[in-house]
Design a protein around this ligand. Structure first.
Ligand SMILES: *[C@@H]1O[C@H](CO)[C@@H](O)[C@H](O)[C@H]1NC(C)=O
Ligand SMILES: *[C@@H]1O[C@H](CO)[C@@H](O)[C@H](O)[C@H]1NC(C)=O
Ligand SMILES: *[C@@H]1O[C@H](CO)[C@@H](O)[C@H](O)[C@H]1NC(C)=O
Ligand SMILES: *[C@@H]1O[C@H](CO)[C@@H](O)[C@H](O)[C@H]1NC(C)=O
Ligand SMILES: *[C@@H]1O[C@H](CO)[C@@H](O)[C@H](O)[C@H]1NC(C)=O
Length: 432
């Protein structure tokens, strides 16, 4: 029973999701904001698009090039009300940049806010949904990140937030151009409940901050389930905590967005960025790079090109991993076990260490296979380590057959990610 139930829950019929055919697996790409903020121009975008290709990132799935805030002129066109780009940054217009991105075989995205102004103080789209969507479509836009600043108080109940964000969803649909709709209302009013059939993804929390775990009062909530002030400056591992109960709401075409990646921006160690990439992948968050991809260290490139971890994120089953347990440690921090199902009886699990010390711990396979049940979890599994390279240099190497338990060492702030496959399919058939 249990495995079938899990499989059913992960697949919403198409009619119950946003029907634009996009984000069947979580979207991947690059966005200007985390590294460049408002300091962008056409060269920033085109150079990044070229770097996606020259680094082979497009081949791994990173195919959206996304312009965040501050592309706009000071005002809309006074006669038509249409949005206008800042001509000092985009002298040939946004469309020319979109065309260049398309000519490289990539997709192009833009940003606005469901408010009077954007977060950077430019004109927002509230009340201008139709003309903005039509203009974006005429520019060749394939993706809209839609923020929540200056929303005139049109929030506070799921119904009001739904209406405001649905207005843009409808406007995008009316253009006839498939445009991925990435909602960014910071988890306000519970988008995982109300946005499933109007958006392809929704941010679950306040903005990420390039730091492992520093608490900041500007990100005051301990859970997003009833959070009155999502805020910002949310350290990376705090966002992982926020995501823990929400995986059940993710699925094909509609994902929980843990915010854009900070890998390569300098605020975390190698092991901390491994945790960042691993957990975003396991919970099926969009993987949107936020570093300067024209100038990356080898370590940064190594993390973001781990194709075994990317394959977990892009698994066609579309089922997010869940946290099985979190155990506080006397030295501070905790150890967490996360587990999820992939297609074809493959499974993934992660052991994450937020404590200040290296830890070695026995992981019970009955815990890993909690959702599949005792009989299944008592079997023998061939397990591979997705952060170890095999003898030909490919990510993912078999570490052995295990039954009952596996002893795992995890460095401070690191995460180990394993794939498990039943050692005998005959045994699986008997057990299910
Ligand atoms: C618009 O919505 C309809 C109904 O859900 C859907 O069939 C269609 O594919 C959508 N079109 C676009 C461009 O998103
Ligand atoms: C949605 O659009 C309608 C029609 O333009 C408008 O009357 C309504 O106020 C909008 N809703 C929100 C919450 O912005
Ligand atoms: C490239 O990265 C290095 C190391 O972070 C930095 O010192 C340098 O200024 C960067 N170069 C450019 C052109 O941004
Ligand atoms: C990155 O690795 C390559 C070889 O794989 C090496 O040639 C290059 O110097 C390294 N770059 C840095 C910045 O360490
Ligand atoms: C953790 O283990 C690594 C080697 O795996 C070692 O370099 C490091 O010093 C250890 N850190 C602590 C805090 O014990």
């Amino acid at each position: 029973m249990a495995p079938k139930l899990v499989a059913l829950l992960s697949v919403l019929p198409a009619a119950l999701a946003l029907n634009n055919g996009l984000a069947i697996t979580p979207q991947m790409g690059w966005n200007t904001w985390n590294h460049f903020g408002c300091g962008i121009d056409q060269d920033t975008i085109v150079s990044a698009a070229q770097a996606l290709i020259s680094n082979g990132l497009d081949k791994l799935g990173y195919n959206y090039v996304l312009v965040d805030d501050c592309w706009q002129a000071d005002a809309r066109d006074p006669s038509t009300g249409a949005p206008v780009e800042d001509k000092s940054k985009f002298p040939n217009g946004i469309k020319a940049v979109a065309d260049q991105v398309h000519s490289l075989g990539l997709k192009f995205g833009i940003y606005s806010s469901a408010g009077t102004y954007t977060c950077g103080g430019k004109f927002g789209s509230l009340g201008y949904e139709d003309i903005d969507a039509q203009t974006y479509a005429s520019w060749g836009v394939d993706y809209l990140k839609y923020d929540n600043c200056y929303n005139e108080g049109r929030a506070g109940t799921p119904q009001i937030s739904y209406e405001r964000f649905n207005n843009m969803s409808q406007a995008l649909n009316a253009t006839g151009r498939p445009i991925l709709y990435s909602m960014c209302n910071w988890g306000e009013d519970g988008p995982w409940n109300f946005a499933v059939n109007i958006a392809n993804s929704w941010r679950i929390s306040g903005d990420i901050y390039d730091n492992f775990d520093r608490y900041d009062d500007r990100c005051p909530c301990t859970s997003m389930l009833d959070c009155k002030l999502p805020g910002f400056i949310c350290a990376m591992s705090r966002i992982i905590d926020f995501s823990a109960p929400l995986g059940q709401k993710a699925g094909k075409g509609h994902w929980n967005d843990l915010d854009m990646l900070e890998i390569g921006n300098g605020g975390m160690t190698y092991d901390e960025y491994v945790t960042h990439f691993s957990m975003w992948a396991l919970v099926k968050s969009p993987l949107i790079l936020g570093n300067d991809i024209t100038n990356m260290s080898n370590e940064t490139k190594e993390i973001i090109t781990n194709d075994a971890i990317i394959a977990v994120n892009q698994d066609s089953g579309g089922s997010a991993a869940s946290r099985i347990w979190k155990r506080a440690l006397p030295e501070g921090g905790d150890i967490q076990l996360w587990a999820g199902s992939l297609v074809n009886y493959h499974f993934v699990f992660a052991v994450m260490n937020t404590s200040p010390k290296n830890q070695t711990i026995d992981i019970s396979l009955l815990d890993v296979f909690n959702d599949q049940g005792k009989v299944f979890g008592s079997g023998t599994f061939t397990i591979s380590d997705l952060w170890q390279k095999d003898s030909s240099g490919n990510w993912g190497t078999t570490v052995g057959n295990f039954q009952g338990k596996m002893t795992v060492s995890v460095k401070t702030h690191a995460t180990r990610v394993f794939m498990a496959v039943p050692a005998s399919m005959a045994a699986v058939r008997q057990e299910l």
